[in-house]
Write a protein that binds this ligand. Structure first.
Ligand SMILES: [Zn+2]
Length: 840
């Protein structure tokens, strides 16, 4: 559908022609509980001006049927004007009003208006998700970020439901025939992708935030937190409100611009495609953040980071919005940076930069080494391009370089630049140049060269120590050297641990920068994580760390070393056997739980992908032994105990390992402080199912005892994990032949299928995968298709034949560019695994 894939040129032209005043959007969702009804009535009335009377333009709408189009009092024939996801508006006047009445479809893929039935109680829930361009699945509109307008929603829905949108409800009309009607206040001027509807029998908890502003007035912000009724018993709304208030305090202090959108709702919704979305006044989150089983503090840290990221968007993204998706990074990098910054300054997670250094940056480094990487400031030609750029570059690399920028120009000038930018562009749209202009004014620096090196060229550089110098290199064909401001730490044994005994800060500009290196000490390049780079360790450093890594007291230093070890393993510079050796000796000493979780996830990936087959058995045995030893040794009730339990399930290989899992499940083995609750039971069962130790009847019985949304997902994943050709075929059919499926379920099925020791069972799916790619891309929604393409790729068949098959697909023409990009990325991961296996 080329009409659905709006281009930048078309958007530019339309913005030149059209300025939008208001939308009035009436939705009739009163029949939503009737699942046989696939659609709902949507009426959109738009008032707008046209700079060139007589010209024509178009509205965007993805809908099964348009019932009527009325432009300036004249009725247009829908069959004549509605085609290819667009409605043509001919012969515009200087002032125009258009009304479109359409039947729009409920979604099952989380794009547009998603409808979900709770298996636990049969209740129906709705919510919307639009970025970058799915509000046109809810109502006809001009779907581009720079055509802002004020929106007034008028929504009918079953009586007894809760209803949220961006603005507060102005009035609620009496119930007629079982339906209530909510009239909302007009919103501030916002972009279409930021509008929102959350409707259903949600459990709602309320609170309140107030603050005296510098002018003496009091800003009142009503707060609400929502989740499904069946999750209410697990909903810790107080903890969510605590972070929310810390964030509101903090952002008011640093931004000096009062929160502009009235109330602040936070809705935790089912089958959500991403972490969260910053709709002004009503943020939506994945309900994975409602913890029904015990989780580690890393999960609470992650949730707080997301709450603060979305809140930063209220100013950066919602109040001031990028003109087009080229500058998507402007809001995402800024929110990612500010979210972590606020977490460190305003919450109990004062080590959030350590987690950032290890996790967020791993995401960026991976993405930045793919053949499809791009500069932070990307050229986004159309909406399909935009969709794929919600990636590790846009979020994590962008945030890393903003962190670097704040250090470079100074924190205060950086924040003052942001304050000016908000005031200057409030309710408007901007590009990178507008932000740089504000920052140059407040810092007095020319940021042109910095922007060129960090925002406008791609790739990551590597720094390494070599005979008294820091040597910088880049990947072939990329920038060989960038200017880094870094810290270098010197670490030595002291008082039974390892402490930093020296620190220097210096500029690394070229390929060769001499530094002073002390003997019998460890020199950490990029200490404190000031710059964005990979750091390689030499043999002497590795040997030193093998003895002492977990004795290093500073968590940031340890986290950076782990990051180096992982990057070297991925790059084939460190044998996987040696990486697992580090894990065996030092992982248990890692105090930062988020870092430990990421180290163990990396270990599992390395075991699956990077080990030469001849070495696999011995190294897998070592990992399993490490897991069991540390599970037994972990403090009762600790986060470490939970993490090692997960790793024990992930690495189980021997009869004794599986017996332990069985005993933990049936209560035969009891570990002090450990409750094997619902999600942990499924974790153990998944490992047993993959080993052929849990049959249909047993998995069915478990589901009967956990008839919840999560239970159904886990059950599907366990069925797919069984070492059985029929089980694999059944999962594959559900993925490719059953129309649009919820993305949570697709993920579960594809991840369940992919078991590293079942490669023979996976071989029959290689041909159908490549043969079906173009059809899947054409027929499925993009969120659906991208999961199938990425997770369905035969990544575990690490062999030259798989690589050749991928290359032959890539060498043929006619594939959609965004699809080609995803396959090229998966192909690159496979080539990387082959290289890593060679060093093993
Ligand atoms: Zn964001």
């Amino acid at each position: 559908m080329p009409g659905g894939n709006l281009t930048r040129d078309e958007a530019r032209e339309r913005a030149r022609l059209v300025a939008v005043d208001t939308y009035r959007v009436a939705l009739d969702l009163s029949g939503a509980k009737d699942l046989s009804a696939a659609t709902f009535r949507s009426t959109s009335t738009i008032s707008f001006s046209c700079a060139a009377p007589g010209a024509s333009t178009f509205l965007d709408l993805i809908a099964p049927q348009v019932l009527s189009v009325t432009l300036n009092g004249e009725s247009l024939d829908p069959a004549a004007v509605f085609a290819d996801s667009r409605i043509t508006l001919p012969s515009l006047q200087a002032r125009n009003e258009v009304t479109v009445v359409a039947e729009c479809a409920y979604s099952r893929t989380g794009e547009g208006l998603h409808r979900f039935v709770d298996p636990a109680d049969g209740r129906v829930y709705l919510y919307t998700q639009f970025e970058p361009a799915d509000s046109r699945r809810l109502y006809a509109n001009f779907e581009q970020p720079d055509l802002k307008a004020s929106f007034t929603f008028d929504i009918s829905a079953p009586a007894g439901w809760h209803m949220s949108s961006n603005a507060a409800a102005r009035s609620r009309l009496p119930v007629v025939e079982g339906a209530a009607r909510w009239l909302f206040s007009p919103t501030e001027r916002i972009s279409t992708y930021l509008t929102v509807v959350v409707a259903g029998p949600y459990h709602v908890v309320r609170d309140h935030y107030a603050r005296v502003l510098p002018d003496g007035t009091t800003l009142e912000i009503p707060l609400a937190a929502l989740c499904r009724a069946s999750l209410a018993e697990h909903f810790d709304a107080e903890a969510i409100f605590e972070v929310t208030k810390q964030g509101l305090d903090f952002f008011h202090e640093v931004f000096d611009y009062p929160y502009p959108f009235g109330k602040y709702d936070q809705a935790f919704v089912p089958e959500y495609n991403l972490g969260a979305m910053e709709n002004p006044g009503c943020v939506t989150f994945t309900e994975d953040y409602v913890f029904r089983s015990k989780v580690t503090d890393a999960s609470y840290e992650g949730r707080a980071g997301t709450i603060l990221h979305e809140m930063a968007h209220m100013w950066f993204g919602d109040l001031v919005t990028m003109r087009w998706w080229d500058d998507l990074w402007l809001k995402e990098s800024f929110a990612d940076f500010m979210g972590t910054y606020a977490q460190v300054k305003a919450t109990r997670w004062t080590n959030a930069w350590v987690t950032f250094a290890n996790r967020r940056k791993a995401w960026a480094y991976r993405q930045d080494q793919l053949p499809t990487t791009h500069p932070v400031v990307a050229s986004i030609d159309d909406l399909e391009d935009a969709k794929l750029n919600f990636d590790g570059i846009t979020y994590a690399k962008g945030a890393s370089v903003l962190k670097q920028l704040a250090a470079y120009v100074g924190e205060e000038p950086f924040l003052e630049g942001a304050r000016r930018y908000f005031k200057r562009h409030a309710f408007g749209n901007t590009t990178l140049a507008d932000l740089l202009a504000a920052l140059e004014e407040t810092s007095g620096r020319d940021l042109g060269a910095w922007s060129k090196a960090w925002l406008e060229t791609d790739g990551v550089n590597t720094l390494a120590l070599d005979r008294g110098a820091i040597v910088q290199s880049g990947a072939p064909g990329r920038l060989e050297a960038r200017p880094h401001r870094i810290a270098v730490g010197t670490y030595a044994a002291a008082d039974g641990g390892v402490a930093r005994i020296g620190r220097a800060e210096l500029d690394v500009t070229g390929t060769h920068t001499p530094i002073e290196v002390l003997p019998d000490a460890f020199t950490l390049i990029n200490d404190e994580d000031l710059s964005y780079c990979k750091v390689y360790l030499d043999q002497e450093q590795l040997a030193w760390l093998e003895e002492r890594l977990s004795s290093v007291r500073d968590p940031m230093a340890r986290s950076l070393v782990w990051s180096s070890l992982w990057n070297m393993t991925r790059d084939g510079e460190l044998p996987t056997t040696r990486f697992v050796g580090f894990v065996d000796r030092h992982a248990a000493g890692e105090t930062e739980i988020a870092v430990l979780q990421s180290i163990l996830a990396q270990t599992t990936a390395a075991l699956d992908l990077y080990l030469a087959p001849g070495r696999r058995a011995a190294v897998a045995d070592l990992a399993a032994a490490t897991a069991r030893r540390e599970l037994a040794a972990a403090a009762p009730g600790s986060d470490h105990q939970l993490v090692w339990l997960g790793f024990t399930a992930a690495t189980a290989v021997s009869e004794a390992d599986f017996e332990l899992l069985e005993d933990l499940l049936d209560g035969g083995t009891v570990l002090d402080g450990l409750t094997v609750d619902a999600d942990k039971r499924w974790t153990l069962l998944r490992a047993l199912a993959a080993a052929g130790r849990a049959d249909d009847a047993r998995l069915g019985a478990e589901l009967a005892g956990d008839n919840t949304a999560a239970g159904h997902r886990h059950h599907a994943g366990c069925l797919a994990a069984r070492p059985d050709q029929a089980a694999k075929a059944a999962a594959w059919r559900l993925v490719v032949d059953c129309g649009d499926q919820p993305n949570d379920l697709l993920r579960e099925l594809l991840e369940g299928m992919a078991q590293a020791d079942q490669t023979t069972l996976l071989e029959p799916f290689v041909e159908p995968y490549f043969a079906g790619l173009d059809r899947i891309w054409a027929e499925r929604t993009i969120e659906n298709a991208r999961r199938i393409v990425s997770l369905g790729f035969p990544r575990l068949l690490v062999a030259p034949e798989t690589l050749a098959r991928a290359d032959s697909w890539l060498s043929t023409g006619g594939h959609a560019p965004a699809l080609r990009r995803l396959v090229a990325e998966a192909r690159d991961d496979l080539a990387r695994a082959l290289r890593a296996r060679a060093v093993g």
